[in-house]
Design a binder for this molecule. Structure first.
Ligand code: F6P
Length: 319
């Protein structure tokens, strides 16, 4: 393998730049050239490539976002687009592709591999919902951003004796809500993986009030419902004014945590090794502290599950 390409796709995540850097540096270490593909699969289709040398990925390990930009390109699901992209990559001398993104991005990489072009997937999304790995690049940083926000909201909630609903991202996954809720000492955590009863939240609020506690933090994952809707339901039930804070895209930005940078380094390096070893069609991940890789199909069978023991623990710790 003499030349490979790398792209980022789907929602950006802190640590994607560190992963791009790792791919480029590891490939150059082995004498392999790297081409950066700009704007995800759309750029791949439109031949939006630029060579990436060692210097071009200097000073990005600490930067959030992605220097390669990211885009959603639904047309790429169609076979014609994929075949054209393969032809164009081959014309440019590119022999393998590293895709950094979520499960949607993995599907494109799997289809390109099935059509004969070797691709490797690196899990990058704040949602922590990619199959075949316990953790994704970006989750840890987003988690710390959310915990920092909860701490700040708690200061004012305590001073003014307010109850807050805080809506966090995660798409259909509850990992951000669960981990941040536990780390931030939330009184209630609502995640899509677990059914909830409004009465249960009300009971917790009332129990707190009966022992003189007049502030409370309720974390709701966006996959459950809108924070404002939940606050309205609680207001109707309790007669108490409930504030809502929707953290939004602040969760996607910021300098990656040390943990995300290390994950990015491990994943980027392994992805390049796999391509050099001629093993396309693999998704890299981490399991029990070890870097692993699976055939895309096998990875898709291992749907990511939030650690529900944390949910039970959060209930026990927020009595
Ligand atoms: O997948 C990352 C994510 O931030 C999700 O948590 C969220 O649901 C979605 O992307 C938001 O996407 P967009 O920025 O396109 O609205």
């Amino acid at each position: 393998m003499k030349k490979i390409a790398v792209l980022t796709s789907g929602g950006d995540a802190p640590g994607m730049n560190a992963a791009i850097r790792a791919v480029v540096r590891k490939a150059r270490y082995h004498g392999v050239e790297v081409v950066g593909v700009y704007h995800g699969y759309e750029g791949l289709y439109n031949e939006n490539y630029k060579p990436l040398d060692i210097g071009s990925v200097g000073d990005i390990i600490q930067r959030g976002g992605t220097i390669l930009y990211s885009a959603r390109f639904p047309e790429f699901k169609e076979g014609d687009y994929q075949e054209q992209a393969i032809e164009r990559m081959k014309k440019a001398g590119i022999e393998g592709l590293v895709v950094i993104g979520g499960d949607g991005s993995y599907r494109g990489a799997m289809q390109l591999t099935e059509k004969g072009f070797p691709c490797v997937g690196i899990p990058g999304t704040i949602d922590n919902d990619v199959p075949g790995t316990e953790y994704t690049i970006g989750f840890d940083t987003a988690l710390n951003t959310v915990v920092d926000s909860i701490d700040k909201i708690r200061d004012t909630a305590t001073s003014h004796e307010n109850t807050f609903v805080i809506e966090v991202m995660g798409r259909d996954a509850g990992d951000i809500a669960l981990w941040a809720g536990l780390a931030g000492g939330a009184e209630s955590i609502l995640i899509p993986e677990e059914k909830f009863e409004i009465e249960d939240i009300v009971t917790r609020l009332e129990r707190g009030a009966s022992r003189g506690k007049r502030h409370s933090i309720i974390i709701v994952a966006e996959g459950v419902m809108k924070g404002h809707k939940l606050a309205k339901q609680l207001e109707e039930r309790t007669g108490v004014k409930i504030r809502t804070s929707v953290l939004g895209h602040i969760q996607r930005g910021g300098s990656p945590s040390a943990r995300d940078r290390v994950l990015a380094g491990l994943f980027g390096a392994r992805a390049v090794e796999l391509l050099i070893e001629g093993k396309g069609g693999r998704a890299v991940g981490i399991k029990n502290h070890n870097v692993v890789d699976y055939d895309f199909k096998v990875a898709f069978e291992q749907k990511h599950q939030a650690d529900l023991s944390l949910y039970t623990l959060s209930k026990e710790l927020s009595i």
